[in-house]
Design a protein around this ligand. Structure first.
Ligand SMILES: [Zn+2]
Length: 410
């Protein structure tokens, strides 16, 4: 027998043995990030909170319906050339919350649910925003929900309880980051209402708090800004979007992102985290109408980032993903073979006093053949879409803790 034949026989025997032992693929050093890589000059990490693959598919099916077709219409980000699938479990559960998954994405470390920017033992973790800030990047953190909510908080705060809203907002000036925006600040005067107005605290630490983009445009301050909606009035911070609908007075997430890009400028490098936070809230409510709306607004923001990419294609990275899936949505429930999108914009909920609002939303969805399996999060993996410098690193199966190293190239 020749040596070659022996080698072939040996390899095939090894393959059989490996298969019998249930061998699984393990990424080796070659598929890890090469240390010599440098991060893109302009980085957008965009998180659709709770936005799983089926949420995205529902949004595209609805867009196609509006275009008079069964399929074929796309959101901006689903056209990106790189697609990966990301696992989301936390350190203490198969089903993560936004604090643990935000921390995993931001810092590259698993932690327990409800922990924000800290390890399970309470020790602080360093987010990609800090790592890049140290490298000279300007940093923008923005969300369509309050700026001290879990996902934005994971990029600048360090708290053992994501509900420590006042303490989280006190970490805004500690961070030194240049731009913050959200639909408000939760616990404006602390949990018991006895603390100093948080906007005054932020101002005293050198941040310009602007109520609306018009105020931002008029501001001469260049030290750092926190942009809140023009109707934010202390404890009324819970209006859960920066804007709501076409006739809204408030600023849309895409407009806020445009303002952030303008504020940070393109002379120095920047890192921007932009969250569509109410996608998750709509899914918790099993509200398909609001879900479609929320994804569409998030997609508008992605389109703004994509417009920037087209002007700086060699120096820009855009990563779009979710922190977890919410609601276990299915396209096609028990009632037939077709989704009936007609009338989905209307909130014509069933009148049944035995049902609470969430149950009515679920029944309304079911009448359109959209199913939901939970009012909570699920452990389903989430898609990752990427384009630009270093985008190829996001292809294939990844874990949410891998994103940090792929973005900062460490
Ligand atoms: Zn949630």
């Amino acid at each position: 027998m020749t040596t070659l034949k022996k080698v072939l026989l040996y390899s095939s025997a090894a393959i059989v043995l490996a298969a019998a032992a249930g061998a699984i693929f393990r990424p080796d050093a070659e598929v890890r990030v090469r240390k010599a890589d440098k991060p893109a000059k302009y980085i957008f990490v965009m998180i659709g909170d709770g936005m799983g693959a089926a949420q995205v598919a529902a949004a595209e099916s609805y867009l196609s319906y509006k275009a008079g077709r069964l399929g074929g219409e796309q959101l901006t980000f689903t056209g990106f050339p790189v697609l990966g699938l990301c696992t989301t479990y936390s350190a203490d559960s198969n089903i993560t919350d936004s604090a643990a998954s935000g921390t995993a994405i931001a810092t590259g470390n698993k932690t327990d649910n409800h922990y924000l920017g800290v390890a399970p033992d309470g020790s602080p973790l360093k987010s990609m925003a800090y790592t890049l800030h140290e490298k000279g990047y300007n940093v923008g953190i923005m969300s369509s929900v309050p700026v001290n909510h879990a996902t934005p908080g994971a990029f600048y705060a360090h708290q053992e309880d994501r509900g420590n809203y006042y303490e989280i907002s006190l970490e805004i000036p500690e961070s030194g980051f240049e731009f913050f925006a959200g639909s408000g600040i939760l616990d404006f005067n602390g949990k018991d209402g006895s603390r100093e107005d948080i906007d005054k605290v932020l101002e005293s630490k050198g941040y310009d708090v602007c109520y609306g983009l018009d105020e931002l445009a008029a501001s001469a301050d260049e030290s750092g800004v926190v942009v809140l909606p023009s109707d934010q009035k202390k404890e009324e911070a819970l209006n859960y979007e920066i804007e709501h609908g076409d006739d809204a007075k408030e600023d849309r997430l895409g407009e806020v992102l445009e303002a952030a890009i303008e504020y940070l400028g393109d002379e120095e490098p920047f890192f921007i985290m932009c969250e569509g936070g109410e996608i998750d809230w709509a899914a918790h409510d099993n509200n398909v109408t609001e879900l479609l709306d929320a994804i569409s607004r998030f997609n508008e923001a992605v389109s703004v980032a994509y417009g920037f990419y087209l002007e700086h294609p060699d120096e820009t990275l855009i990563v779009v993903t979710a922190d977890h899936e919410t609601g276990g949505i299915t396209i096609g429930a028990d009632k037939g073979n077709m989704i009936d999108w007609s009338g989905i914009e209307k909130d014509s909920l069933p009148e049944d006093e035995n049902l609470n609002d969430k149950q009515k939303n679920r029944a309304f969805s079911a009448s359109h053949n959209i199913g939901w399996t939970t009012f909570e999060h699920t452990g389903a993996p989430v898609p990752v879409y990427a384009i630009g410098k270093g985008a190829e690193k996001f292809s294939g199966r990844i874990d949410n803790t891998d994103i940090y190293a792929k973005v900062v190239c460490e």
